[in-house]
Write a protein that binds this ligand. Structure first.
Ligand SMILES: Nc1ncnc2c1ncn2[C@@H]1O[C@H](COP(=O)(O)OP(=O)(O)OP(=O)(O)O)[C@@H](O)[C@H]1O
Ligand SMILES: [Mg+2]
Length: 228
């Protein structure tokens, strides 16, 4: 078993809108190991969500080499990807990823059941994230920040090897983000997860092992002196 979770070399990806071609990723390289957390920062529209969707198999790269868990992207079938997303790769999407027809507790039980987690462990997650009182509600009955924390609980309940998070604290007020961030990093450390975290929150980024900036289609080590 390799502990390299993501190995990307020279990835490119463009979108085509009619005759317009938008080159988003151009020559992007990245390596992420188990137990490592990497923050990805970059301006709106720079391609951060596109990158996460390449890494969870929702979008194919146009060119370049990509391996997840030592397996070559282009050789993975749709059912391989479905299995990876069910068991090993948890994605926290920018706009939330709860199943709308299930209550919060059923959402967690669904994820937890797939991972063999006990029901009381799911309840404990909700308590840690301070949303135990929303357990019986449906996602559209929650505030944006509550929805984000419920999605986080679902991701933890899945016991993944890799978390891809798109602005996981984007809808949280400062105090709540401060409370949630340590839970996130405790889970990463305790379970030796790999985490790629897209964030505009400098404190969350600073807690990561490395900060990379997505600029002109590629990732570069973030240099605060240049960027500030
Ligand atoms: N399905 C699509 N079709 C065409 N263009 C798209 C599509 N999705 C994204 N884009 C364009 O690709 C570029 C990168 O988008 P992306 O969503 O990856 O950016 P981002 O860095 O996540 O931005 P934000 O911080 O606002 O979430 C943007 O210019 C966007 O308009
Ligand atoms: Mg985005």
């Amino acid at each position: 078993m390799t502990d390299v979770l993501i190995q990307a070399r020279n990835l490119s990806r463009a979108y085509h809108n009619g005759r317009e071609q938008i080159c988003v990723l151009q020559g992007l390289s990245l390596e992420l190991r188990a137990g490592e957390s990497v923050a990805v920062i970059g301006p709106s529209g720079s391609g951060k969500s596109t990158l996460l969707n390449l890494l969870n198999g929702l979008l194919p790269p146009d060119s370049g080499e990509l391996q997840l868990f030592g397996r070559t992207h282009s050789l993975l079938t749709d059912s391989d990807w479905a299995e990876l997303r069910r068991t090993r790769i948890a994605t926290l999407f920018q706009d939330g990823n709860l199943i709308p027809t299930l209550t919060v507790s059923r959402n967690i039980a669904f994820r937890a059941g797939l991972a063999g987690l006990q029901e009381h462990e799911g309840r404990a997650l909700l308590e840690q994230l301070d949303i135990a009182d929303t357990a019986h509600r449906y996602p559209d009955q929650l505030s944006g920040g509550q929805r984000q924390r419920a999605a986080l609980a679902c991701a933890f309940a899945m016991r993944p090897a890799l978390i891809l998070a798109d602005e996981p604290t984007g809808s949280l007020d400062y105090a709540t983000a401060q409370r949630v961030a340590p839970l996130f990093f405790d889970a990463i450390r305790e379970r030796a997860l790999g985490a790629l975290i897209v964030t505009h929150n400098p404190e969350l980024a600073q807690r990561c092992d490395r900060i990379l900036e997505l600029r002109e289609g590629a990732l570069r080590p973030w240099d605060s002196a240049v960027s500030s």
